[in-house]
Design a protein around this ligand. Structure first.
Ligand SMILES: Nc1ncnc2c1ncn2[C@@H]1O[C@H](COP(=O)(O)OP(=O)(O)OP(=O)(O)O)[C@@H](O)[C@H]1O
Ligand SMILES: O=P(O)(O)OC[C@H]1O[C@](O)(CO)[C@@H](O)[C@@H]1O
Ligand SMILES: [Mg+2]
Length: 946
């Protein structure tokens, strides 16, 4: 063999940073495959075969995939090659070849057991594990990760074309094992039970994640009904089929309540249809009923399939292939009644509709001084009624989980309503869950409630039954995120499943998407229903999520504020100061309202410090909080007590200490963003100087930027995300109508790309640029070339509007306008780019229900923390030697944050000193990197790694 002049594309290059691996590879390809070997003066080795004319160049090079690229490749390999643990793939080398087919033929002819797996999403790639166990990727592209999969691979879009399978047919002879292998599955998704906003996001994510991982995606239309009807009801889906799903309400693949599936006969037919369609993994998205059905189907599967074999409905081979049902549950329901998950997909969208309606009703109720009975959905569950009660500070709620005798609920409701009225409240809102019952399980209707309010209190009362309005409309940001992340996780789960793995249910705990056991979730859910039937309400409540019980207790406390005997003995009652710091954020008012009313119910005295530290140091802006004054604050945006960015050091910390001393505050709760974080640090440090600050101090993070260290979630970011998402939906609509247009949307968030990342996930943007990554020219070039390809393919046929989201601080040079100019120039008249800048609209108007209810929960936790830690610091209040290094004392100045699946109080000292990038005003670690990856994967964007 003569060593050729190497010019990248004419030969096959094997890069690797690991010399040993390369040596092993050289040995393998020379000794096993039979290539000849030559080296040049630089030590670069060339391998090749005269017959095949394939040349391999091996060099130790930095161009090898980076660590995260290797991870990406190997994760792909997990599904392609069925390697169970990607960490077992020590390294992956990528070979660039000119002609993939030629290489495949060569390797196949080598008579050695080289297993070749095509990548369905990237038909220009194949993978092998060579006999040495090395994973080797072959690609015709320079860098396998720079391929833009959907656009590049799909070819001209035609509505009826199954472009994914068309584009992979080239490799159908390699590695094709009929779709039944554990490595490449035929994954079907279905929606069942009542539709819920966000189900479309689940379907979108399942379809794209399945295709991305090299599997085929199918949809079962019309829920279990479609499973029983089979054939056309089980449809293969391609990448483009689900394009617009994210922003659409309901479920586009249909749902049903199917009686036939409750019968064994129906399930037997369903079993046969699944097998006939070649489905080997089923993801069911539905409520408690649907997942009970799924669990039953799982349990019965062995007997169903055996019956099919025994009756010759299927042959032995099929029996062997489909012996184990690979099923996974994703909870989609507005009711939020499934055990072991904090939220079901759709519940928060429904809650948003309810709160919006009650906000409207509030105005008319107040005008006429009327009472309104609002009936909300929830056949067996009071979650919607309870959360709406908190989010709108309703006077009374009736839910199935906490029934009372007819006499008791009537008496209690009248007492509370009367007390609220006596304090001057002009309106009354009572929320009744559809499934509300008395102790003896008799339904309580909204009319029953109205009659009591009219007859016993003489109130002018109206009833509003919200009905299906609650289930309609598009999904709120939370449900799009939850649906998407859970859909992706469900695909990963079914790909990971072995016959021994228990069927998973994809759940969320606090902020973390997790896999739980489907069987267990169904069992607990059923035992709640049984306990209610048996009138064992205590047991039913104990089986409920702890968060539900916490919310209920909070509602009861806030509701009895300032008109019942406070629950704490006099000596335990505290004076608690409340302050807002930083820019306004949704949920600030709800937080202040909740902590104040909770304080009142306990016997603490809540003080508001108006207008931040500036207000305090300049104007002694301390006011006692009055129940009637703050009534209704939960539903208001902005900050009623005023907020600004000044920290104690920037105003007059001595003066602040003076006023703290003067009012003898026992505790402080700050609600705000990064400036509040800095303020807390300053106050903690000043404790040695000023005894007035030797009190428990808690920060509740509230900022749309979500950049407070110690938490993955800040109040206000959900409100912001929803406003931005709605804005993006509208702009996308305009872009779609215009056809050839991309909007560059400028997003706030300081140096944090959180909002831009999540907004891009929920709006299906083509790309997002964030400060953490900047805008690399190479990335921009790739993104523009994707746009060019997409527009050239889609022009006139489809109506895909394109969005690019850019954080204001993503680049100093590439401003939003410059980006649009660059895109316009590159587009060369083929399409155009416009800018859209939502600006301060992103701070939000009405706070979202999530920010309202989380505001309430966090605030009450903060007050409780002050109660609990007061004794840890109080002994040092006037001590000469203040123990500045005492960890327990330090912990009394804390940030309340969400970390993964936990709510935690973290000491400001630790966070500020070790976990903060001060110059950037950012936490050192961000929690949402994976979301960026998912957002990109699901729109087919390839991101350059730094
Ligand atoms: N015990 C069961 N056995 C078999 N299938 C069931 C069972 N329970 C429910 N299903 C199936 O699931 C479908 C949906 O159930 P259901 O009507 O209870 O709604 P859901 O999934 O709980 O949703 P939601 O309550 O949010 O509307 C039923 O129509 C039936 O096909
Ligand atoms: O739309 P349908 O079938 O009448 O169902 C209404 C029921 O569905 C649910 O909304 C759940 O989706 C229940 O809360 C409600 O009782
Ligand atoms: Mg249900």
């Amino acid at each position: 063999m003569t060593v050729p002049v190497v010019n990248g594309s004419s030969c096959l290059s094997l890069y690797g940073q690991n010399k040993d691996l390369l040596l092993q590879a050289i040995n393998f390809y020379t000794n096993v495959v039979g290539f000849t070997k030559e080296s040049d003066e630089s030590g670069t080795v060339y391998l090749g075969s005269d017959e095949s004319k394939v040349i391999i160049k091996l060099e130790v090079s930095d161009k090898a995939p980076s660590g995260s690229e290797v991870k990406q490749i190997t994760e792909r390999l997990v599904s392609l090659l069925g390697v169970n643990d990607w960490r077992s793939i020590e390294s992956c080398i990528t070979l660039m070849v000119k002609d993939l087919n030629q290489l495949v033929v060569l390797l196949e002819d080598s008579n050695y057991p080289v297993q070749i797996s095509p990548n369905e999403l990237y038909p220009d790639e194949v993978y092998t594990v060579d006999p040495l166990g090395n994973v080797v990727g072959f690609t015709v592209c320079f860098n396998p990760l720079t391929v833009n999969p959907p656009v590049k691979k799909l070819g001209p879009w035609k509505p009826e074309q199954d472009s994914m399978s068309a584009s992979t047919s080239e490799f159908s002879k390699i590695g094709d094992n009929g779709g039944t292998s554990k490595k490449r599955r035929n994954i079907a998704v279905m929606t069942s039970g009542g539709d819920s906003p966000g189900m479309n996001a689940v379907v979108f994510a399942v379809v794209r994640a399945a295709i991305f991982r090299g599997s085929k995606a199918f949809c079962v239309m019309e829920g279990y009904e479609g499973l029983i009807r089979g054939s056309d009801y089980i449809k293969e889906m391609n990448w483009q089929d689900v394009r617009s799903y994210l922003s659409e309400g309901g479920t586009n693949i249909g749902t049903a309540r199917c009686m036939a599936f409750k019968e064994r006969k129906g399930r037997l037919t369903a079993c046969k249809n699944l097998i006939e369609s070649g489905i080997d993994a089923l993801i069911v998205c539905g409520g408690d009923g649907s997942l009970t059905g799924a669990d039953l189907f799982r349990k019965e599967w062995p007997s169903l399939i055996k019956e099919l074999k025994d009756t010759n409905a299927i042959n032995e081979e099929k029996y062997e292939t489909y012996k184990h049902l690979n099923i996974c549950g994703v909870v989609g329901s507005i009711d939020n009644d499934m055990a072991t998950t904090d939220a079901t997909v759709g519940a928060y969208s429904s809650l948003a509709r309810i709160c919006q309606a009650i906000d409207y009703i509030d105005a008319t109720a107040n005008s006429h001084s009327r009472a309104f009975v609002v009936e909300v959905m929830g056949r067996h569950c009071g979650w919607l009624a309870l959360m709406a009660g908190i989010a709108t500070s309703a006077d009374y709620i009736l839910i199935p989980e906490k029934p009372a005798s007819s006499k008791d609920w009537q008496k209690q409701m009248c007492e509370i309503v009367q007390k609220h009225r006596a304090k001057g409240k002009r309106k009354t809102i009572v929320i009744v869950a559809e499934g509300a019952i008395t102790l003896d399980l008799k339904p309580i209707s909204s009319k029953d409630v109205k009659d009591i309010l009219v007859n016993k209190l003489g109130l002018d009362t109206r009833v509003t039954v919200l009905g299906h309005v609650q289930r309609g409309g598009t999904a709120v940001a939370y449900d799009r995120i939850l649906g998407t992340l859970q859909g992706v996780e469900a695909v990963k789960a079914v790909l990971d499943c072995t016959p021994e793995t228990p069927s998973p249910l994809i759940a969320i705990t606090e902020n973390k998407v997790v896999r739980k056991s489907l069987v267990e979730a169904v069992e607990i859910t059923q035992s709640v229903a049984t306990a209610i039937e048996e009138r064992n309400f205590e047991k039913a409540m104990s089986l409920r999520e702890t968060e539900f019980v916490e919310h209920l207790n909070n509602f009861i406390s806030m509701n009895s504020a300032n008109h019942n005997e406070p629950t704490l003995p006099v000596e335990k009652r505290k004076k608690i100061a409340i302050i807002n710091i930083g820019a306004p954020a949704g949920g600030m008012n709800s937080a202040v309202y909740s902590m104040a009313t909770y304080c009142m119910s306990k016997g603490h005295t809540p003080y508001a410090i108006y207008n931040g530290f500036t207000g305090l140091s300049r104007h002694e802006s301390v006011r006692l909080m009055d129940w009637l004054d703050i009534e209704g604050w939960t539903s208001i945006g902005g900050s009623e007590i005023g907020t600004n960015r000044a920290t104690p050091d920037e105003t007059d910390i001595g003066m602040i200490a003076y006023y703290f001393e003067k009012y003898q505050f026992d505790g402080l709760i700050l609600v705000g963003g990064f400036e509040a974080f800095v303020s807390l640090d300053q106050l903690e440090k000043a404790r040695s100087m000023y005894p007035a600050f030797r009190i428990p101090m808690v920060l509740i993070p509230a900022t749309i930027s979500n950049n407070v260290p110690g938490t993955e979630y800040s109040l206000g970011s959900d409100t912001c995300l929803n406003v931005l998402m709605e804005y993006c939906d509208v702009v996308k609509l305009s872009a779609s109508a215009t056809r050839g247009r991309v909007f560059i949307i400028e997003v706030q968030g300081g140096n944090s790309g959180y909002i831009a990342t999540f907004a891009s996930l929920v709006s299906g943007a083509q790309a997002s640029y964030v400060p953490e990554e900047g805008i690399a020219l190479g990335q921009l070039e790739m993104d523009i070339s994707s746009l060019k390809e997409a527009f050239s393919i889609e022009r006139g046929i489809s109506k895909a509007g394109k969005l690019i989201l850019k954080s204001t601080n993503a680049s100093k040079v590439l401003t939003t306008e410059v980006l649009a100019d660059v895109v316009n120039q590159e587009a060369n008249g083929e399409f155009d780019a416009k800018t859209a800048i939502p600006g301060h609209v992103q701070q939000g108007g009405l706070p979202s229900p999530i920010d309202r209810t989380r505001g309430a929960r966090f605030s009450i936790k903060a007050v409780q923390y002050i109660e609990e830690t007061f004794d840890d610091i109080h002994p040092y209040r006037y001590e000469m030697n203040f123990p500045t290094d005492d960890k327990k004392v330090q912990a009394t100045a804390a940030v309340l944050g969400v970390e993964s699946s936990h709510l935690k109080f973290r000491s400001i000292r630790k966070l500020y000193d070790f976990e903060t990038e001060l110059t950037k005003r950012m936490p050192k670690k961000i929690s949402w990197n994976e979301v960026r990856d998912i957002a990109d994967q699901l729109v087919g964007r390839t991101r350059l790694q730094k």
